[in-house]
Ligand binder design. Structure first.
Ligand SMILES: [Zn+2]
Length: 293
């Protein structure tokens, strides 16, 4: 072989070597990359598995938390419901206690067949301030209703209305005497004039006959006074109602005769344009517990 023919051989050999080298390196490099890929894949798989497990754990924890929250909510609602029951029972007990201490006669309708017992005396009586009483005579009123009467009298005074109490509490005996007095004056008409319904109401201690200093003890014409108009418009705010208004079916018109029935009932009656004796006793009884509120 000559030198010129050997050269390409050398080049070929070098090329072959290079190719072999490249192939070897390539092989090595390929295997390396594959291993690396496999390792990354394995890591990824294990990480995915870990993530999945963590997710599951988290979900379980979330469920648990939500269960706990539900339990908490249920317990809270139970407690609230229990508290409401306690409050309700306490309220009922309070109402019953209050009711047991409230004289049921105070909101009774009296009629020709239903009277207040002759021995009945109000639990607490107290004097009406003398400046509001017509004559120097002492007038007594139910202690718990007196603040309402005083408020009414003060409000009238502020409005320039002169109202005087001519008669408030009257015992059975006083009334019997009064009635016989009327009978002497008016004969058998006394039953019509000062009949038994009015009796009972004054015996309660929560009823008052008003007049003005001008009219004095003569009630005639009270319905023509400014005082009467004032009472018609405002007495209900203080819990007073006209027991026997004009045109009522139960008794003669008594513009001076006002009964304390509590502000709730008086206001409702005023709003409805009805009188106390128009109402059913059962409906009236619902106002008893709050009569002095
Ligand atoms: Zn009267």
């Amino acid at each position: 072989m000559n030198a010129s023919s050997r050269k390409p051989l050398i080049a070929l050999g070098a090329l072959a070597l290079l190719a072999a080298g490249l192939a070897a390196w390539g092989g090595y490099s390929y295997r390396g990359a594959t291993r690396e890929l496999e390792s990354v894949r394995a890591t990824l798989a294990s990480e995915s598995e870990r993530a999945r497990k963590l997710d599951a754990e988290l979900a379980a924890l979330r469920d648990e938390k939500s269960d706990t929250e539900e339990e908490l909510r249920t317990e809270k609602n139970k407690n609230e419901s229990f508290q409401r029951q306690i409050d309700k029972i306490a309220g009922t007990v309070g109402t019953l206690e209050k009711l047991s201490k409230t004289d049921e006669e105070l909101l009774q309708k009296y009629s020709k067949v239903y009277f207040l017992n002759e021995h009945y005396v109000p639990s607490q009586l107290t004097d009406v301030p003398s400046r509001y009483v017509l004559s120097g005579k002492v007038q007594s009123f139910h202690r718990d209703a007196l603040p309402f009467l005083e408020s009414l009298l003060e409000a009238a005074e502020e409005d320039g209305i002169e109202l005087r109490v001519v008669s408030a509490y009257r015992s059975f005996t006083t009334q019997a005497q009064l009635k016989s007095g009327y009978r002497v004056t008016y004969g058998s008409g006394a039953n019509q004039f000062s009949a038994d319904q009015g009796y009972s109401e004054h015996q309660l201690g929560t009823t008052v006959d008003f007049t003005t200093p001008d009219l004095g003890s003569n009630f005639t014409g009270f319905d023509k006074t400014e005082a009467y108009e004032w009472l018609r418009e405002r007495a209900h705010r203080y819990g007073f109602v006209l027991s026997y208004p004009q045109g009522n079916a139960y008794y003669q018109f008594e513009p001076w005769h006002w009964r304390f029935v509590g502000t709730d009932l008086a206001r409702d009656l005023a709003r409805r344009g009805e009188s106390f004796y128009d109402l059913d006793q059962r409906e009236i009884d619902e106002y008893l517990v709050g009569i002095f509120d």
